[in-house]
Design a protein around this ligand. Sequence first.
Ligand SMILES: [Zn+2]
Ligand SMILES: [Zn+2]
Length: 428
Amino acid sequence: MDSLDRFSNRFLIEGEIELKTPMRIGGGQNAAMYSLSPSPVIECYDAGSGTFEPYIPGSSLKGVLRSTLERLVRTFDVSQCCVCTGDRNEGAVLCGKESCISCRLFGSKNGGAKVRIRDSHLTEECRTTKDRSAFLREQPHFGSPGGGKGRMRPEESVSAGTAFRFHIDLDNGTEEEVGLILLSLREFNNNRAHLGGGSTRGHGFCRVKRYSVKKLWLKDGALSNEKVSGKDCMSAAKRYLAGLNGSSDNERGFDRYWRAFSGPVDRFDDGHVVAMLKVTCLTEFSMKGLDETTVTNGLGPVIPGSTIKGFLRHKLEERETDRTSMNSIFGGKDHRGRLIVSDAWYDGKKEIGNEKIPRNSELRMFMVFDNMTKDEMDYVTDLFDLEVQITGNTSAGVTRNSHDNAKNKVKMHVEDVKRFSAREYLAE
Ligand SMILES: [Zn+2]
Ligand SMILES: [Zn+2]
């Protein structure tokens, strides 16, 4: 049992985080002592099973929840909290003011955090999966932007489908504060927040499932507890957001959702847009993975997000798209790109094995246009609903004599678009 002398009340938020795309939380050379990967994910030793298992360090979840909360709150009023992470050029100085919701909850040099987050370990369901390859996978990906011709290098990641149990404590908090934490967690489900590294390559899309909130307090020396409605907490938090002044709609930093107070909803237009796409294989698709015929993410074959992004970059360069737009979309030396492309995963009912993705298969993928202009989006969306060859000629099997039976031709089609609108967000 946790010690009880530090709080007059404590909220306990628990639930599961399930990965929708692979996740990478790297830990350097000592991350996984025995892993053969040159770029392993962080793991811990489970004495019970005698194996190493991936986990989400409390500090990682705390970091992303903090920046997600800041982004939400600053969309409605920048004066309500400072920026811990975000654009590098803004500098990360924690203000430590009592009025700062972020410093109050997550801590600063002036005071400890009211929120504490434990390491999240595999759910019982995942832990009893004996096959290690079901949740760990080495995946090749293209070198970082600016690295010239894309060269594959292997990188370990935790597979889509893997689930972790999280545990968050909030000491001496209010239902409104619980609500802000829940709204931040829900940004995972809205595909606007991502866990771990490599998010511009589409890593770390996830969803929060089966969560519960409990309140504990001491009364006459005895511990009481009751279940709390998460919905009520989120409503309280939204009332707080709705009462704020609103922010300038002109700043395009990642510390807020741009143009949240203007423009149309659910359309490609200036702002923050999440799109779900259907990728149809017009020919068979295969691309050499590390030790397999085509790349998989543990559950089935995929077209890696980095491959699709590499294709888009190549195509836009071919069309002589201007430098400024290219840098904004794909990133540069000192700033990340605004376009996020996930793996396209097989979404059909029929088993297709790991060898290749057959012709006519349907895949699904996320694209996030993070505070992009309509013009920047148009460069990308112009390539939708066309027959395109998504890999280089070698992978596609194109030779001088056989242009016609080349592989790896796909068509990308938008199924769903969601543009962040403050009005709609508060009404949801
Ligand atoms: Zn602050
Ligand atoms: Zn606890």
